[in-house]
Design a protein around this ligand. Sequence first.
Ligand SMILES: Nc1ncnc2c1ncn2[C@@H]1O[C@H](COP(=O)(O)OP(=O)(O)OP(=O)(O)O)[C@@H](O)[C@H]1O
Ligand SMILES: [K+]
Ligand SMILES: [Mg+2]
Length: 675
Amino acid sequence: MSQKKSVLSGTIVQNAIKESFLKLDPRVMVRNPIMFVVEIGFILTLILTFVPKAFRSSTPFWFNLIVTIILLVTILFANFAEALAEGRGKAQADSLKKTKKDITANKIAGSSVKQVSSSDLRKGDIVLVSQGEMIPGDGEVIEGLASVDESAITGESAPVIKEAGGDFSSVTGGTRVISDQIKVRITSDPGESFLDRMISLVEGAKRQKTPNEIALNTVLMSLTLIFLIVVVTLSYFGSYLNVNLDVPVLIALLVCLIPTTIGGLLSAIGIAGMDRVTQFNVLAMSGKAVEAAGDINTIILDKTGTITYGNRMASEFIPVGSSKEEEVGQWAAVSSIKDETPEGRSVLELMKKLGYAIDTTLASSGEFIEFKAETRMSGIDLKDGRKVRKGAVDAIKKWVAAQGGSIPSDLTASSDKVASAGGTPLAVAVDNQIFGIIYLKDTVKPGMRERFEQMRKMGIKTIMCTGDNPLTAATIALEAGVDDFIAESKPEDKIAVIRREQAEGKLVAMTGDGTNDAPALAQADVGIAMNSGTVAAKEAANMVDLDSDPSKIIEVVAIGKQLLMTRGALTTFSIANDIAKYFAILPAMFMLAIPQMEVLNVMKLGSPMSAILSALIFNAIIIPLLIPLAMKGIAYKPISSAQLLRRNLLIYGLGGVVVPFIGIKIIDLVVHLWV
Ligand SMILES: Nc1ncnc2c1ncn2[C@@H]1O[C@H](COP(=O)(O)OP(=O)(O)OP(=O)(O)O)[C@@H](O)[C@H]1O
Ligand SMILES: [K+]
Ligand SMILES: [Mg+2]
C-alpha cells in the first residue's frame, strides 16, 4: 500500500479517542453484548449517584460516583481498542480516495477516439492509454504492451509490464502508463472498481464477524448470561437472609466476573489481523479467509509464473524426422502470427533473431485458433485447408494420430531433452505431420527451495499443478523442492485436486494468476490471486497479492495462525483473570454486609470498599494494557500445534490467574490510602 505506517500516528490516536465516545451510543454498543451489559451497569450506577436512595441502596455518594466513572472508563477503553484497530485502515482509505479522481479517458467509438470522463466509462468500453497517461479504469489489455507504474496501489516503484493475452493482462484504474501505448477493455462499472473495493475493505465498511468470532461471541455471551443469573440470584438470596447486598456492589461483581477483557478486545484482534495482512500488501476480501489461512494443510501452486518467472520464451527450434530447423520455425511462426500470448510472440522474435523471414501471406487469411488451457494447443486453419498447430507434445501427438499421421521416432527423445532441462517443449504440426519442437525456456525463481522447506516445518504440504508435461514438471518440482506435483493438468484437474484434499478434511490454499486458475481459486478455502494476473483470477480469489509474490502465502498463513492464537490466548487470559477477581470481590461483598466475616479476606485487602474498587480498576486497565498485544499479535514460530497449545495455556492461563492477584493487591495499597 502506498503509505506504510508501522507506528500509529498521533492523528489516529486522536481520532480513536473521539470515536471511543461516539461508540457509547447504545445502538452501537449493543453489537458488543458484553460491553453493553457494562453500559447498562454504568447507567444504573449513574442514577444511583444522583438518587442515592434508589434501588434501596445504602452505599455512599462518593462510592457510587467512583464506580460510575470506572465503568465508563472500562467501556471507553474497549471502544478505544476497536477504534484504534480501525484507525489505520481508515487513514489508508483516505489516502486511497485521493488517488481516485476523475480523469479524461480516450474512449474508442467506432473508428474515432472520443474524450470522456473516467466516471462515464462502463464495462465493455474500449479506451486507448498512451505514455504518461493515467489508466482510467480497471480493465484488460487487448492490444499492445506497456510498462505501468502501479505505485499508487502497490507502493512498489518499479514499473511492471502489462501486455495483451497471457497472464499479465490486467490493469488497475489510477495507475500510470510510463511507456508505449495500450488498448484496454474496461471490466468494471463505476463504484465497483478494484480501488473502490480496496477502499471499502481497508475502511472496514463491510466488515462482518467471522464464523469463529460468532462462535466465540456466543460462548462469551452465555457466560455473561450465567453470571447475570448468579448475581441476580445472589441479591435475592441476600435479601432472604436479611443481608443487604447493594446494587452498585452487585454491578461491580457482575462486571468483574463477565469476560470484559476479551469482550473489549475481540473485535480489535480481528481488525488488526486483517490490517496486518493489508500492511503486507495482500488484500483479504474477508476475515474468514485470513482465519482459514491460519489452518491451511495443503497449498496448491501453479508452475509457470508462480514457481518460475513465467516469461516462457522460445529459445530453439528442434527439427524431428526429415524436417529442417527453418521449416519448424516457419510453421511455428505461421501458427503464432495471431497468437497474442507471450509464448506466441516469442516464437516470432526467435525467427527474427535467427534471421529467417516470416511468410505472412500464408497466414493472413486463415482462421486463428486461440490457445486454450483445455486443448493446450494454438494455431491456424489456412484457407487452402491445411491446419497448423503448436502445443503440448502429448496434445499434438493425439491430434496428429486422430488424422492418421505417424509420430517421428526421434520426437520423444527431443522433447524429453527439453523437458529434463526444465524447459517446455511445444510440438509443431501441420495436418498429420509433426515438424519439430519449440524449446520454451523458463527459470525457477531464487529462494523457492527455502520457502517450501519452511512450509514443511509448518506442517503444510505443497503440490505443484501444471499444464506442462510430466518430465518438465518433475524437473521443476525437484529443483524447487515441492512435496508433490501433478502434470498435464487442465483447469478442472486443479479443482479435482483441491476437492480431493478437502474431502480428506483438509483446508486448501491456492495461488494462481491465470484465467484457467480462476475456478480453482474459487474452490480453494484460501485463494490468492496475483495482482499481475487476469481479472478473472482476481475476481475468483478471496485474496489479492499486490506484489504478485506467490511465496508470500507463507506469511499470510503465519498471520492467520497468529490471529487465531492471539484470540485464543487472550480468551484464556480473560477467563482466568475473572476467576482471580472473584477471590477479591466476593469476600469483600460479604464483609461489607456482615463485618464479622473478616476471615474471608484471603488477599488481605485494605477494606471491602477498596477491594471492590481495586478489582474494578484492574478490570478496566487490563484492557488498554493488552491493546498492544491484541494489535501486534502473539509472536508465531513454526512449531507443532500441540506444543503451541501447551505453551499458551501455561503463559496465558496461569498468567491470567496470577497477574490479577498481584495487580489488585498493588492497586489496593494505593486505593486504601483514601478508602
Ligand atoms: N501459446 C501457446 N500455444 C500453444 N500451446 C501452449 C501455449 N502456451 C502454453 N501452451 C502449452 O499448454 C500447456 C498448458 O499451458 P498453461 O499456461 O495453461 O499451463 P498452466 O496450466 O497454467 O500451468 P503452469 O502455469 O503451471 O505451467 C503448456 O505446458 C504448453 O505445453
Ligand atoms: K471482567
Ligand atoms: Mg499458468
